[in-house]
Design a protein around this ligand. Structure first.
Ligand code: FES
Length: 84
């Protein structure tokens, strides 16, 4: 499913159903480190300010899932505001 990311500066980054949040963010000019691009290394981890993530990673702890996001593999419902 498509969803939308918004950045701290108000930039709106649409994420199509067939692309990752990481790819969409990079296309929008956000410089993000990444390594595995498969949700296991944690390199791409970033912070959530607001929204409903759909976590698909194998790296975040249950506690971290409340406020952290793995954009190479995870998705969201609706609008996800990231600390980027
Ligand atoms: Fe490894 Fe995202 S690049 S978890």
């Amino acid at each position: 499913e498509p969803f939308t990311i918004t950045l701290r500066d108000g930039t709106v980054v649409p994420v199509a159903a067939d692309t990752t949040a990481l790819a969409a963010l990079r296309r929008a000019g956000v410089l993000l480190m990444a390594s595995c691009e498969n949700g296991v290394c944690g390199t791409c981890e970033c912070g959530i300010l607001e929204g409903q993530p759909l976590h698909r990673d194998a790296v975040l702890s249950k506690e971290a899932r409340t406020h952290r996001f793995i954009p190479c593999i995870s998705r969201a419902t609706g609008v996800l505001r990231l600390d980027l």
